[in-house]
Design a protein. Structure first.
Length: 130
């Protein structure tokens, strides 16, 4: 079982991809709570150059609330991460965590339905990117 799903975008630059990902997340009820610029952080902390790479912390409040009610420690897995990265060849790849795979260790059946719905939403986000 893979722990993510992804898509390589054709004809988009990095900023356009970030914008489209954010819009597609909104359509599925997610907001971006955090945005981590990995390349800027690595430059600042280690003085190394790294490809354009941002981690978006996406949260659907309704599902987060349901999940927290079922399992109060589930916050260690929240928010759902979505990565936007630019490869050396200029291609932009977007990758989202599979929440079902990432939370297998929890073993709480009350979470199953919610996680399946979140997974479907994140798959739609990735699928709708072009």
């Amino acid at each position: 079982m893979s722990y993510y799903f992804n898509k390589v975008l054709a004809g988009k630059n990095f900023e356009e991809a970030l914008e489209q990902v954010t819009e597609e997340l909104k359509k599925e009820g997610f907001g971006v709570l955090t945005e981590i610029d990995v390349s800027a952080t690595l430059k600042k902390k280690l003085d190394v150059d790294f490809k354009k790479y941002k981690i978006l912390g996406a949260c659907n409040p309704q599902f987060a609330y349901k999940s927290l009610q079922a399992e109060d420690k589930i916050g260690v897995f929240l928010p759902c991460n979505v990565v936007v990265e630019e490869h050396e060849n200029g291609e932009i790849e977007v990758t989202a965590v599979d929440p079902v795979a990432s939370m297998l260790a929890v073993g709480n059946e009350a979470l199953s339905a919610s996680l399946a719905e979140v997974k479907e939403k994140l798959i739609r986000v990735i699928s709708n990117l072009n």
